[in-house]
Design a binder for this molecule. Structure first.
Ligand SMILES: [Zn+2]
Length: 67
């Protein structure tokens, strides 16, 4: 692996669903979440914040079974 530092480090963010802390790359050129299909905005309105990779994957895969 290469330990070369990145231009920007992901922003520590807390998942609004499970509370896990993960790195959000929204302030970088591209966040990993942008590689996933967009969630239905009607289901995630307001100050939803960000989801961790695990939760976002689950939400994207089962947008009709979100609990
Ligand atoms: Zn989560």
């Amino acid at each position: 692996m290469n330990d070369a530092p990145r231009e920007d480090a992901p922003t520590p963010t807390r998942c609004t669903r499970c509370g896990r802390t993960f790195g959000c790359g929204a302030r970088m050129d591209a966040c990993w979440c942008q590689q996933l299909p967009p969630l239905d905005p009607a289901r995630f309105v307001g100050d939803a914040g960000c989801y961790c990779p695990d939760c976002l994957a689950l939400l994207v895969a089962g947008q009709h079974t979100v609990r």
